[in-house]
Design a protein around this ligand. Structure first.
Ligand SMILES: *[C@@H]1O[C@H](CO)[C@@H](O)[C@H](O)[C@H]1NC(C)=O
Ligand SMILES: *[C@@H]1O[C@H](CO)[C@@H](O)[C@H](O)[C@H]1NC(C)=O
Ligand SMILES: *[C@@H]1O[C@H](CO)[C@@H](O)[C@H](O)[C@H]1NC(C)=O
Ligand SMILES: *[C@@H]1O[C@H](CO)[C@@H](O)[C@H](O)[C@H]1NC(C)=O
Ligand SMILES: *[C@@H]1O[C@H](CO)[C@@H](O)[C@H](O)[C@H]1NC(C)=O
Ligand SMILES: *[C@@H]1O[C@H](CO)[C@@H](O)[C@H](O)[C@H]1NC(C)=O
Ligand SMILES: *[C@@H]1O[C@H](CO)[C@@H](O)[C@H](O)[C@H]1NC(C)=O
Ligand SMILES: *[C@@H]1O[C@H](CO)[C@@H](O)[C@H](O)[C@H]1NC(C)=O
Ligand SMILES: *[C@@H]1O[C@H](CO)[C@@H](O)[C@H](O)[C@H]1NC(C)=O
Length: 536
């Protein structure tokens, strides 16, 4: 019985890897074939059974396209793990399989004749680039759409999205879209827009002209009184200029200051792009090294206000494992966030490094895991509205191998159990150096299952080759894998709380090594940390 389950699990894991290329090529073969003789009759029968089928009104000249859409549907149904692919299927679910997803997205005839039975589309975690994959919106009947964790840019196709009248769930989080959350999508759960690049305020909230006049008058009154204050009253006050004003000035940068810091935004200072932002390395007048993220798109004044509001909060967030937001610039044409420079080595890159001193050691990895956990605990306690991105491609490992959560935002609260899950998956990535979106058909969930299968007896098999496998190390890795698997339990109720999770991981980092290991000379250099080792 158990053997059977194991074999099935093994097949589940190995087959997609082998098939990913073969099934793609056999799909392409099938697509290049002519429709079989009598195919027009097949269609006629289909349409008799169900006249609402999208291709029923197409003329004979589209026969090839209809044939291709049916072939594609067969493969896509299988790839999406539907129960019954002979008849109608309900979901398109492709996660963490970028190549397959891109192939299916390119098969236009399928989307054109999108089956009415399809209710759910999930294309998350596929590294999709470019603009919104508009072809999928021809499935106007869908109820759920998930495009989270991709690298999509640009504006949302509003006309086409608003045609999805049956939509009840949408998730665009962790992308780089531009513009604001359109009014008709604001009824949805706001966690679907976290780090989507979309801003919260919409032009609909713009004050009406009457209000503008009042605002203007109020402003004038404030101006007059503050001028009066400046000339007459305030200089006599001990607190001048007011601390609030001092604080704001301290964080505000002008385009001139940024130019001076980045050699006039020179090519040599450029270190790439993050979504809509160009990133420059620079040096402030006081010698601090900074990363300047510049966005030159013009946006509405509401979006600018939201941006400043966010920056004002982020400059107050301070933790040694969170990148320090030093200030911002908000001028027409140039909006920028200035952050402390912590290097540009992402955790993803760091894990793949094989420099002169080899891959990152277990101790270094554990230190990174603990640093991230501490930062999460801090945010949970002090800044519950601050959201962050835990993808290994967004985390930075600094010059002293200290982790930094780099992408911060102010958004809606994401449930703690979801954060705990993301953290667990991240820790497993630290140990295995495998990316959930590469080589695992169902993405993160399958990646986690793969590790779970090897736990606890075969943990060595999932460990990154770069980790030296001494006794103490393996024991500690086993403990940490155990915690990470708890955090990634499929059932949110069984995951530990965030504070508990932080406690467990720091507990391992700080616990003294087992007694026997102290007498084992081969293991003293790696994989352990006593209470005396500082995290600074
Ligand atoms: C199918 O096509 C054949 C010729 O290609 C034609 O003779 C036949 O009438 C068509 N049948 C239908 C149901 O359209
Ligand atoms: C096909 O055309 C008929 C009339 O021309 C129309 O009633 C029907 O709704 C159309 N079906 C589809 C799926 O568009
Ligand atoms: C779909 O999967 C079933 C078994 O899982 C297999 O027999 C069938 O050939 C697959 N179909 C396609 C088109 O890949
Ligand atoms: C995906 O495609 C890229 C090139 O387009 C290739 O290098 C990579 O091996 C492919 N991955 C899989 C799992 O087929
Ligand atoms: C929404 O669902 C209803 C009932 O299932 C259906 O009649 C309607 O056509 C759907 N709307 C769209 C845009 O497909
Ligand atoms: C998107 O909307 C535009 C304008 O309404 C329309 O012309 C176009 O066909 C739509 N595209 C899709 C894929 O539905
Ligand atoms: C929004 O989604 C989060 C997580 O997916 C969930 O915990 C929360 O209950 C949802 N809120 C509403 C109003 O549906
Ligand atoms: C800075 O760059 C802009 C255009 O990129 C150029 O017009 C300007 O002259 C430059 N200023 C200096 C001081 O180099
Ligand atoms: C990282 O920053 C250094 C400068 O500190 C730069 O030389 C290098 O090109 C940057 N790497 C990337 C990928 O941007």
């Amino acid at each position: 019985m158990e053997q059977n389950t194991l074999t099935r699990l093994l097949l589940l894991l190995i087959l997609p890897a082998i098939l990913s290329t073969t099934s793609q090529s056999s799909l392409l073969d099938d697509l290049s074939r002519e429709p079989p003789p009598g195919f027009n009759q097949t269609i006629a029968r289909d349409c008799e059974n169900d006249p609402t089928t999208r291709y029923c009104n197409a003329s004979d000249t589209k026969l090839v396209a209809i044939y291709q859409s049916k072939v594609t549907a067969r493969y896509l149904c299988n790839a999406s793990m539907n129960e019954n692919c002979d008849f109608a299927f309900t979901k398109i679910s492709l996660q963490g399989s970028p190549n397959e997803t891109r192939l299916f997205l390119s098969l236009f005839s399928f989307w054109k004749y999108c089956r009415l039975s399809i209710r759910l589309i999930t294309l998350s975690n596929n590294g999709l680039r470019g603009s919104f994959p508009i072809e999928i919106l021809q499935c106007t009947q869908i109820e759920s759409l998930d495009l989270s964790y991709n690298d999509l840019v640009g504006y949302l196709p509003l006309d086409n999205l608003s045609a999805l009248t049956n939509l009840t769930h949408i998730d665009l989080s962790y992308n780089h879209f531009s513009g604001q959350i359109p009014g008709f999508l604001r009824r949805f759960n706001s966690s679907g827009f976290t780090f989507s690049g979309l801003t919260e305020v919409s032009p609909a909230d713009r004050p009406v002209p009457v209000l503008s006049v009042i605002t203007l008058l109020t402003l004038l009154a404030i101006l007059v009184s503050s001028v009066g204050c400046l000339w007459w009253i305030c200089p006599r006050q001990p607190d001048f200029p007011p601390t609030a004003l001092q604080a704001r000035v301290q964080y505000m940068f002008t385009p001139g200051m940024l130019k001076a810091a980045t050699n006039n935004f020179s090519e040599t200072n450029s270190v790439g792009n993050v979504g809509r932002y160009e990133v420059y390395k620079g040096m402030l007048k006081d010698g601090r090294e900074v990363a300047v993220e510049v966005c030159r798109e013009t946006v509405t004044s509401e979006a600018r206000r939201a941006f400043v509001h966010e920056c004002r909060i982020l400059v107050q967030v301070r933790h040694r494992n969170l990148v320090q937001v030093v200030g911002w610039c908000d001028r027409k044409g140039v909006r920028a966030v200035v952050k402390a420079w912590v290097g540009n080595v992402t955790m993803e890159k760091w894990l793949s490094q094989r420099s002169h001193d080899g891959a990152p050691s277990w101790h270094q990895r554990l230190k990174v895991a603990v640093g991230v956990a501490n930062a999460m605990g801090y945010i949970e306690e002090e800044w519950p509205r601050v959201a962050y991105d835990l993808r290994s491609s967004s985390l930075i490992v600094g010059p002293h191998r200290e982790p930094f959560i780099f992408k911060l935002g102010v958004g809606e609260h994401i449930s703690a159990s979801k954060k705990v899950y993301k953290y667990g998956a991240l820790v497993l990535e630290l140990i295995t150096n495998k990316r959930a979106r590469e080589g695992f058909g169902r993405g993160e969930a399958e990646f986690v299952e793969w590790v779970r299968m090897h736990y606890p007896s075969q943990v060595r098999k999932v460990m990154d080759e770069g980790i030296k496998k001494t006794g103490t190390t393996c024991e500690q890795v086993g403990q940490v894998v155990g915690i990470a698997l708890m955090c990634t339990d499929p059932s949110p109720d069984r995951r530990p709380g965030l504070a508990q999770m932080v406690g467990m991981i720091t507990g391992i980092y700080e616990s003294p090594p087992p007694v026997w290991a102290q007498h084992n000379p081969s293991s003293t250099n790696h994989g352990r940390a006593s209470k005396g080792v500082s995290m600074q």
